[in-house]
Ligand binder design. Structure first.
Ligand SMILES: Cc1cc2nc3c(=O)[nH]c(=O)nc-3n(C[C@H](O)[C@H](O)[C@H](O)COP(=O)(O)OP(=O)(O)OC[C@H]3O[C@@H](n4cnc5c(N)ncnc54)[C@H](O)[C@@H]3O)c2cc1C
Length: 386
């Protein structure tokens, strides 16, 4: 039974405040922005409808380098240097040039929050008028506003995007207790016509799910079926919509970060490291505004251009996402086997990592101090195996 930490009813006292920076959404993207503002002297207010780390919606797998370079290895659970892809006709094993790690969501969020010095309040964001954000606890005003609220893009202009018409995928998973050693992905139309299934162990639980690039395709039945096929209990459902198209990263003076800007990678639905990456980029621009080194408009322009500079990579992955379901299954198996050549895996996964490389975390106000000083027990484990 999850612990509900959200303040309800009478505990929700009115909230009315000015801040220098208002960050709406306290998951991967919002917490990364806040981290980069630590020690800047700015009054940073971070809000979310839930307590930080309360609501996990993802399988929490990311390149280990990102956890290490952000100093978040205390949340590390398990490391994988090999990606196992299963189709009805073959199983291929890609020996990756870098590793993925699964982590604990609550622990990671708490550690990331501790690296910043933002004030945190629980409030549900309803909308915005100019520099004022309307919440269920009152209005909050700030010259610098960040929308890190996820795929709904609540603070953007006009109507929020709504599934199934928006460019969204859908994902659902279960996370029963158990152990495993393989980082597995299924490209199998019996589970999902366009999309993939996964099984990611995380030391004492296994995250098993299905993602569909077609938002009209319901993933509950195939998720339960994949779990049954793996002899895992269908317990602990969690899911969400996942954007699969890049959107403008600024909108009417608001900075959009993470899923609200479509920063999730279209082909793989990997959105954690990109939320970190664009969150750090946004936080650095905001920090320069706070320091009087640039205006808000300059920061908006620079951040917008930085995000748009990644369009080619995002659009290319979207094209491959649309192509894969059209490849006849009998051709998919030999194609996946051919792509498993070590030189090709190193080249392709090297480029894939570069889209949002973990070394980006080493620049900026924190430098390498977090990476070297806060490794924790997990760092030793990974250090020994990397
Ligand atoms: C089933 C599933 C599995 C996934 N697995 C992975 C994975 O293993 N690896 C990976 O890289 N990506 C994965 N993803 C994608 C990844 O979860 C997202 O891309 C990522 O969470 C985006 O981070 P974010 O901070 O932008 O948004 P979110 O993580 O969605 O955070 C948004 C925050 O805003 C808050 N919020 C939303 N609306 C309001 C409101 N109105 N008022 C106040 N607060 C609000 C929410 O409570 C939340 O804290 C998965 C997605 C799904 C659905």
């Amino acid at each position: 039974m999850p612990i509900r930490a959200t303040k309800r009813g009478a505990e929700r006292t009115p909230l009315s405040r000015d801040a220098d920076v208002l960050i709406c959404g306290a998951s991967f993207a919002g917490l990364a922005v806040a981290r980069e503002l630590a020690g800047s002297g700015a009054r940073v207010l971070l809000i979310d409808r839930y307590e930080v780390g309360e609501r996990q919606t993802s399988a929490c797998a990311a390149p280990t380098g990102w956890l290490r370079n952000l100093g978040l290895m205390d949340a590390f659970r398990q490391e994988f240097g090999e990606l196992v892809i299963k189709t009805p006709h073959t199983t291929v094993r890609y020996d990756l040039p870098w590793s993925f790690a699964t982590f604990d969501y609550r622990q990671l969020c708490a550690a990331l929050q501790a690296q910043g010095d933002a004030e945190f309040e629980i409030a549900k964001v309803d909308g915005r008028t100019g520099d004022t954000v309307h919440t269920d606890r009152g209005d909050l005003t700030a010259p610098l506003i960040v929308d890190a609220l996820g795929w709904r893009r609540v603070l953007g202009r006009g109507e929020n995007v709504q599934p199934p018409d928006a460019l969204l995928s859908r994902g659902l998973e279960v996370h029963p207790a158990g152990t495993g050693s393989e980082f597995e992905v299924w490209i199998d139309r019996s589970y999902v016509p366009a999309g993939y299934g996964w099984s990611f162990p995380a030391r004492d639980e296994v995250r098993v799910g299905v993602g569909s690039f077609d938002p009209r395709f319901h993933v509950k039945e195939p998720t339960v079926r994949l779990a049954a096929d793996l002899e895992r209990a269908p317990e602990g459902f969690q899911g969400n919509w996942i954007p699969h198209a890049l959107r403008p990263a600024t909108d009417d003076g608001v900075f959009m970060v993470g899923d609200s800007a479509g920063h999730c990678l279209p082909l793989t639905a990997e959105g954690i490291r990109t939320a970190f990456y664009f969150g750090l980029a946004c936080g650095r621009e905001l920090r320069a505004v706070v320091a009087g080194e640039q205006t808000r408009e300059q920061a908006l322009g620079r951040y917008h251009a930085f995000s748009a500079g990644h369009r080619f990579a995002f659009d290319s992955m979207l094209k491959v996402q649309r192509l894969i379901p059209r490849v006849p299954p009998r051709l998919l198996a030999p194609a996946l086997r051919a792509m498993g050549a070590k030189a090709f895996v190193d080249w392709s996964f090297g480029h894939y990592l570069k889209i949002a490389h973990p070394d980006f975390a080493l620049a900026g106000p924190h430098g390498t101090s977090f990476a070297s000083g806060r490794g924790g027990a997990g760092a030793a484990v990974v250090g020994a195996t990397a």
